[in-house]
Design a protein around this ligand. Structure first.
Ligand code: PEP
Ligand code: MG
Length: 601
């Protein structure tokens, strides 16, 4: 996929009959470079579009039965969620339990059910429309009550209504199915799961009111090559679907209803950007070698299997981070071992013998998976997530490890464990791996011999500080600078209100990176970086200067980082890194890094 495909080249038509609105320029955070020019599609994750039609008198009873079946199915789905909730610990389980109980009560002969049946009978309308009207009426009643608890229940009622409508239409939640050509998606917020559903062939770019630069939505936009601006205050105030919009992901700017001259300027900018990108793509087949001969491995991070083509065309040497969460997104059930194996098999085969590092499930934080019935808890970033969740739900980890081990028979694979904080967690994961090996042997299923390396993601400050001990239990390290920065500085990476404070050049973050890299070098295990820092050419000299020789990033960034490496002198970069590590002030660090990047060539 190239940017040329998704930004289009022709002038977007004026899509509405409204009088021409004035141009509006809004600033936010540019998180994925490139320029999109297209037609606005306002995404409201809460909305479901329901068709209303009259039914014949003879259809009333069958329609009521159709509704009863949908409600019964909803009851079974909620019961499944209840079973999952019981396996959770502590207050999260309790709170989720109450909520699901309330759903069950609403589904059993409540006012909602009776109301829908009455509407089908009296108004002679289809069940979907009856559910929508009834939910709207109940919600209006709740909202009017001056009780914050009750008005908060409106969201639950609407959620249940959407479930009933999905069951009736037989359609799972699939937003973005009807989009204008060159759609520019504007939303209050987009979850990573929503973003995963965007098709870069149809979508030109996106902008949201909420979200930080290192949020998973931002990462996903970069991976898909979609220009994106997040944290745009006032974005949705005036705009309507069908308006024309420009998203400038480099400057962090959104322009609504651009004037003719503005459109012309941005068309030129877009052409320049695409020309630059094409020029860089010529570096695809040359190695990432510094001027003084150090060879650096550049690999790609991927969120979705559909990215493999761009990984190969960017010249990546392998996949350095496969975020396996996609397997669990946008579905109500959990993929079993065979299903996971089938997906991994195809991916490993398409990578044609290049290494693939598969990370075990890292849901939690801003990456929630509906299918797991995870309740976010009071502080999702610090809660039951990633390896903690895998160890709390051994059936999840066992199936995932078995699927990965089976795929290891087909190509070089490494297994990476997210959010590790203690040696005990690694010991437990290795035990689980032993269990999976036994199970595969019993079933006469093939796997790699020797077994795939098992690595630790260093992304919790405690793991960085305990890196020497962890190195005894790990075959490699991969430093996740996104979370490492978030947890070291206590800055939520997805919160636009503190995004200006998120700084991977803070001396504390750099010391933790240095400490982890040195621990790996002492233990003679490979160490790389797979956080977003790896994909920014500005940081390359510093990371290499700290001893890192493997970088994994969004495939779209590989050419710019390679270009930087090929103009760099590693000895000089190492010297500058030493000077930088003596500093205590991040502004001074920035200055020293930028002057090195500009001067040294
Ligand atoms: C990280 O935290 O740096 C990382 C690579 O993992 P993720 O962004 O998926 O949390
Ligand atoms: Mg992480």
């Amino acid at each position: 996929m190239t940017q040329a495909d998704n930004t289009g080249t022709d002038t977007p038509p004026a899509a509405t009959n409204r009088p021409a609105a004035a141009e509006l320029v809004l600033d936010g955070m540019g998180v994925a470079r490139g320029i999109a020019i297209g037609i606005v599609h306002r995404h409201d994750s809460e909305a479901v579009t329901v068709l209303e039609y009259r039914i014949a008198t003879g259809r009333v009873e069958p329609e009521k039965i159709r509704f009863a079946e949908a409600a019964e199915k909803a009851g079974r789905q909620v019961a499944q969620l209840q079973a999952k909730a019981e396996t959770l610990d502590g207050s999260a389980a309790e709170e989720l339990g109450y909520l699901l109980d309330a759903y069950q009560q609403m589904l059993r002969g409540s006012r909602l059910i009776r109301g829908v049946q009455r509407r089908i009978e009296a108004d002679r309308i289809n069940a979907e429309a009856a559910v929508q009207h009834e939910i709207d009426q109940i919600a209006r009643g709740f909202e009017a009550m001056e009780d914050s608890y009750l008005s908060a229940r409106v969201a639950d009622i609407r959620d249940l209504g959407r479930r009933l409508i999905r069951n009736l239409t037989g359609r799972p939640y699939r937003p973005f199915q009807v989009l204008p050509r060159n759609a520019v998606i504007l939303a209050e917020d987009l979850t990573p799961a929503d973003t995963a559903l965007l098709d870069p062939k149809q979508v030109a770019g996106l902008a949201t009111v909420l979200g930080g630069a290192e949020s998973h939505t931002a990462i996903m936009a970069r991976s898909l090559g979609l220009p994106a601006v997040l944290g745009v205050a006032g974005l949705l105030k005036e705009v309507r679907s069908g308006d024309v919009a420009i998203v400038d992901g480099r400057e962090g700017r959104v322009i609504l209803n651009p004037a003719r001259a503005t459109l012309e300027t941005y068309r030129r900018k877009r052409a320049d950007f695409l020309r630059g990108r094409r020029a860089l793509s010529r570096l695809r087949d040359v190695p990432a070698v510094t001027r003084d001969g150090a060879r650096i491995a550049l690999q790609a991070n991927i969120e979705l299997p559909s990215e493999v083509d761009s990984v190969l065309s960017a010249g990546a040497e392998g996949i350095g981070l496969l975020r396996s969460e996609f397997l669990f997104m946008n579905r109500d059930d959990i993929p079993g071992e065979d299903e996971q194996f089938a997906v991994l098999k195809e991916l490993v085969e398409r990578m044609g013998g290049r290494p693939v590092t598969i990370r075990t499930l890292d849901v939690g934080g801003d990456k929630l998976a509906r299918s797991l019935g995870i309740h976010p808890g009071p502080n999702p970033s610090l809660g039951l997530r990633a390896v903690r969740l895998s160890l709390a739900r051994p059936e999840l980890l066992d199936a995932q490890l078995a699927a990965i081990l089976r795929a290891s028979a087909l190509g070089p694979i490494r297994i990476l464990v997210p959010m590790v904080a203690t040696v005990e967690e690694m010991v437990a994961v290795r035990d689980a791996m032993g269990r999976a090996v036994k199970s595969l042997k019993r079933r006469h299923l093939a796997m790699a011999d020797p077994l795939p390396p098992l690595g630790v993601m260093i992304e919790v400050p405690g793991a960085a500080l305990g890196a020497d001990a962890l190195a005894w239990h790990a075959d490699f390290f991969s430093i996740g600078t996104n979370d490492l920065t978030q947890y070291t500085l206590a800055i939520d990476r997805a919160d636009e209100t503190v995004a200006h404070l998120y700084n991977p050049l803070h001396p504390a973050v750099l010391r933790l990176i240095q400490f982890s890299a040195e621990a790996a070098l002492r233990a003679r295990i490979p160490v790389g970086i797979c956080g977003e820092m790896a994909g920014d050419p500005r940081f390359a000299s510093l990371l290499l200067g700290l001893g890192i020789r493997e970088l994994s990033m969004s495939a779209t960034n590989i050419p710019v980082v390679k270009q930087r490496i090929r103009t760099m002198d590693l000895v000089a970069a190492t010297r500058r890194a030493r000077v930088i590590m003596d500093q205590s002030d991040s502004a001074r660090i920035s200055q020293l890094l930028d002057s090195f990047n500009e001067g040294e060539g």
